[in-house]
Design a protein around this ligand. Structure first.
Ligand SMILES: NC(=O)c1ccc[n+]([C@@H]2O[C@H](COP(=O)([O-])OP(=O)(O)OC[C@H]3O[C@@H](n4cnc5c(N)ncnc54)[C@H](OP(=O)(O)O)[C@@H]3O)[C@@H](O)[C@H]2O)c1
Length: 270
């Protein structure tokens, strides 16, 4: 185990590890990239906007970590090829792939969803995961313990009215994960999904404020109503998703593969 500032890190194996985080320019992905870098991994952060990648990498390097950005669209095979080649470095090894890039897709009844909206939602949330996994596998196979962590959602397992394309894509990620876990098991690669429920933070606060105003209720009342079905009566924190990602990226989870792990404050238990 490595010691840093007198503390023993439970994730010492990330020192020297090479990781890819898709959609790492903001939100949960940026927090995961920082978490991995903080524990010693060199992190390749991808997303379409160069400026957000630059900001995340600057913040990581300012904190003593190591990161670089690779801008492009996760649905573009040429970009994904470039990303994996860059991440693999001179040895051609990737230890950790976190498939986090995602879009909410349209909010509308299925009969009003256009084919273009459907295809875009599936392309980013499911085909992007397919491409990243497919093109990362040769690099992951050269790692001692390759890890794939897909960021899904409880949506899909649990219906969310007016969000059918997102629900279908996210449940598709669960199916992909289970099958890929078997295909890559003989190579010692773990493949798992994290299914978060609503993740709290500034963006959710502003959505709740807008909705509360529209309905003429207080934000506290609305928040209590929204979280009533959870065991903990609250949303999930970004840090909780990060911690689960670190666990599933570590050798502590070596026997865990093909799993779909809810980080949901008890909103979903299956
Ligand atoms: N927030 C929640 O409550 C919640 C709950 C459950 C699951 N999730 C899942 O968690 C993941 C992250 O969510 P978040 O809330 O952090 O989302 P977010 O803030 O909207 O970030 C999504 C990231 O994905 C990137 N991205 C989107 N489309 C892309 C594309 N075509 N190619 C490459 N990158 C793309 C975005 O960067 P660019 O725009 O620069 O490309 C952005 O960095 C998503 O998969 C989401 O479905 C979130």
């Amino acid at each position: 185990m490595a010691e840093r500032d007198g503390e023993v890190s439970a994730f010492a194996e990330f020192v020297g590890a090479r990781a890819v985080v898709t959609g790492g320019g903001q939100g949960i992905g940026a927090a995961i990239a920082a978490g991995l870098a903080d524990r010693g991994a060199h992190v390749l952060v991808s997303g379409r906007r160069q400026a957000t990648l630059d900001a995340v990498c600057a913040s990581i390097t300012a904190g003593g970590g190591s990161a670089e950005g690779c801008a492009g669209d996760i649905t573009d095979p040429d970009h994904v090829h470039r990303l994996m080649a860059l991440a693999g470095g001179s040895e051609g090894v990737i230890d950790i792939l976190v498939n986090n890039a995602g879009i909410p897709g349209p909010t509308a009844p299925l009969v009003e969803v256009t084919l273009a909206e459907w295809e875009e939602t599936i392309a980013v949330n499911l085909t992007g995961v397919f491409l990243a996994c497919k093109l990362a596998v040769p690099y992951l196979e050269r790692a001692a313990h390759g890890k794939i962590v897909n960021i899904g959602s409880v949506t899909g397992k649990q219906p969310l009215v007016n969000r059918a394309p997102y629900a279908a894509a996210k449940l598709g990620v669960v199916g992909l994960t289970r099958t890929l876990a078997h295909e890559l098991g003989p190579s010692g690669i773990n493949v798992n999904v994290i299914s978060p429920w609503l993740v709290g933070g500034e963006r959710l606060d502003s959505v709740i404020a807008t909705m509360a105003k529209e309905r003429g209720v207080s934000t506290d009342e609305l928040r209590a109503e929204m979280t009533a079905g959870t065991a903990f009566k609250r949303t999930v924190s970004e840090a909780e998703v990060v911690e689960m990602t670190l666990f599933l990226s570590s050798t502590a989870s070596s026997s865990i593969t093909g799993q779909d792990i809810n980080v949901s404050a008890g909103a979903v238990m299956y």
